[in-house]
Design a protein around this ligand. Structure first.
Ligand SMILES: Cc1cc2nc3c(=O)[nH]c(=O)nc-3n(C[C@H](O)[C@H](O)[C@H](O)COP(=O)(O)OP(=O)(O)OC[C@H]3O[C@@H](n4cnc5c(N)ncnc54)[C@H](O)[C@@H]3O)c2cc1C
Length: 86
């Protein structure tokens, strides 16, 4: 019998990648309704240390501030949240 999760509310403090990943996994794996997920962020911009903005040059693309590395062992926050092979 499926569990009714319509009354579950999840409050996440911090709109960085950790908070947003928690929300994404709660939706996918916990079947928490997305409308019931509340991310509390004290800044006016989402993303925390990975904040970004819509690219002024490329449609539907976002850019992050600072230098970013794509190095497997140390830095992975810019990788896909849900790998296509999973
Ligand atoms: C310049 C720079 C370059 C980087 N380059 C890379 C890279 O190339 N690759 C990589 O993988 N990582 C990189 N990192 C590291 C990566 O950005 C961080 O590890 C990651 O963003 C941390 O995410 P987080 O959600 O844990 O924390 P944060 O991004 O710090 O998010 C926490 C959020 O919580 C909010 N918050 C905190 N307390 C409260 C409260 N009480 N109430 C409400 N809101 C609150 C904060 O305002 C913030 O928005 C880089 C970091 C910097 C600064």
């Amino acid at each position: 019998m499926a569990t009714d999760r319509s009354g579950i509310h999840l409050w996440i403090v911090g709109g960085g990648v950790a908070g947003m990943a928690a929300a994404a996994f709660a939706i996918r794996d916990g079947q928490v309704p997305s409308a019931n997920i509340h991310i509390v962020e004290e800044l006016g911009l989402s993303g925390g240390s990975m904040d970004g903005a819509r690219s002024p040059a490329v449609a539907d693309a976002f850019v992050t501030r600072g230098g970013r590395m794509f190095e497997e062992k140390a830095y992975q926050t810019t990788w896909d949240l849900f790998p296509r092979s999973a």
